[in-house]
Design a protein around this ligand. Structure first.
Ligand code: NAD
Length: 261
């Protein structure tokens, strides 16, 4: 009798199946910064991704650059635009398993001098935009009994920030929305979490004053701003079965100086 051949060991470089193989994802704000890094990581992990952004040309470039399945133009602060974009993404992907709400804006203004239109637009994009995208996507997830929602909040929504009351209020709202929606839909296997990064080197922070950046760096354990690709693995984890299940309704804070739950 010939000996049973030993199983051939897999070569060290053999690709492992992606953590998101077979999944579909819609990433708002996917044309830039954190959203783009998440779109890229999701594609790398095997997901079919649609990039949604206000900036049509950068969305097209990001979709091509990341290997996403497509892109849609959206203003997340506009209910009609969100309805159209979600419908177009559903047409492209067949369904949306994972929704990442990363679209956002940030400007600096002391509250006592703030133009109410600046307040309104910040709340519309940074908070109502998350509501609208969840409102249009989550019912489909509930129907299929599988879904993951990952909202990009901010440490400023927990700690507040000088001249950032509008942004901090919107991000605190995102954290409250996340915890509340998690309670509403977890029983349908739709799991909702938020990531609340500390400062991350993206176009969003490029315009902030140097004094603020220097003070912020001194507070951070690494002594530097985060990079978008350092946030993306948390978004991958939260889109998977074990990761999402572990952290339902939580807010994770990479590069914040806080201990993650
Ligand atoms: P970014 O400016 O690089 O990306 C934001 C993207 O959102 C852009 O592509 C922009 O075109 C898009 N966008 C803006 N308004 C939109 C709208 N109305 N509809 C659709 N898309 C719109 O910024 P970023 O740093 O990658 O920010 C991503 C998310 O992370 C935001 O929600 C931001 O508040 C949050 N965040 C950023 C930091 C940071 O330090 N960079 C820290 C914590 C949280």
């Amino acid at each position: 009798m010939s000996p049973t051949p030993a199983p051939t060991p897999a070569p060290a470089s053999a690709p492992t199946p992606g953590a998101l193989a077979g999944r579909t994802a819609l990433v708002t704000g996917g044309a830039s910064g954190i959203g783009r890094a998440i779109a890229e990581a999701y594609v790398r992990e095997g997901a079919a991704v649609v990039v949604a952004d206000l900036d049509a040309s950068r969305a097209a470039e990001a979709a091509a650059g990341t290997g996403a399945a497509g892109h849609v133009t959206v203003d997340v602060g506009d209910p009609g635009s969100v309805a159209e974009a979600v419908s177009a993404a559903m047409d492209r992907l067949g369904r949306i398993d994972v929704l990442v709400n990363s679209a956002g804006i940030l400007t600096e203004a002391p509250l006592v001098e703030m133009d109410p239109r600046v307040w309104d637009r910040t709340i519309a994009v940074d908070l109502t935009g998350v509501f609208l995208c969840c409102r249009h996507v989550v019912p489909h997830m509930v129907e299929r009994r599988w879904g993951r929602v990952i909202n990009i909040a901010s440490q400023l929504g927990i700690k507040g920030g000088r001249s950032l009351s509008h942004y901090a209020a919107a991000k605190a709202g995102v954290i409250g929305l996340t915890k509340s929606l998690a309670l509403e839909v977890a029983e349908h296997n739709v799991l909702v979490n938020a990531i609340a990064p500390g400062p991350v080197e993206t176009p969003m922070v490029a315009g902030i004053t140097d004094a603020w950046k220097t003070a912020k760096r001194a507070e951070l354990p690494l002594g530097r701003f985060g990079r978008p690709e350092e946030i993306a693995p948390t978004a991958v984890l939260l889109a998977t079965d074990p990761g999402g299940n572990l952290y339902v309704g939580q807010t994770l804070g990479p590069n914040s100086g806080d201990v993650m739950p």
